[in-house]
Every structure is written in C-alpha cells, then in structure tokens.
Write a protein that binds this ligand. Sequence first.
Ligand SMILES: [Zn+2]
Length: 137
Amino acid sequence: MNAIDELFEAASAARRNAYAPYSRFAVGAAIRSASGAIYRGANVENASYPVGACAETGAIAAMIVAGERDIAEILIVGDGDALATPCGACRQRIIEFAGKDAKVLVAGPDGVRASFSIGALLPEAFGPSIRASIDRQ
Ligand SMILES: [Zn+2]
C-alpha cells in the first residue's frame, strides 16, 4: 500500500466511527507526522451544536498526546460531491503545527480528489512565527 493509500485508509476508518447524528456528514482525518506516524480523528457532534469538534481537531489532539508537533501531511475524507476541505478554524489549527508547504489532501469515499498546501488554503496566516515575533517585542 502506498503512502497516500495508507493515509486514506486511516482517515476512512476514522470516518466510519464519526459521531454525526445531526449533520449526518461524517468526516475522517488522518495526519502523517514528521516521524511518519499516523494519527486519526473523526468529527464528534453535540446536541449543543457549537460544542462539536471537527475531525482535524481530533487528529491533531492525538498527535499532540503522542508527543509530536509536526504535521507533514493531512488527509480529510467526507462524502457528497463537494470537496470536504478543512473549515477556517481547522486551517488555523493545522498551520499551528505545519509548514506552509504541508500537504492537505481532500478525499471522498472513492479516494483523493484534490491536493493543496496549507499555505494556499490559508494565505498570510497568523501562525506561530508571527506570535513569536510579537512575544519578542
Ligand atoms: Zn474544522
């Protein structure tokens, strides 16, 4: 199995366990960290809608809990005809732990449909390097 297929299978397995009774839009995410390890997440909705969490959020949390900090690439899988690109908040969450060239692969149940860099999805981001420059002032 090639590297992208491996990431797709991990995200698809996570998606099967998504908790999405309200939107019925199950999403899975899989991160390949700088070490090569894979971390998975699925969306977790809540009756109080704003309390729900995106799949990317869970995958990032799993990576952090394992002691890692660097996203090499992330794959998100959703359903339907539209691209299940990361929401604005998740783009910000990803760039906290990724260089601007880190790959964001967007998939449907049939496989990868599009590939972006996080820098393209969130240009001129307010990221850790800007925070560090502010903190030095
Ligand atoms: Zn999101």
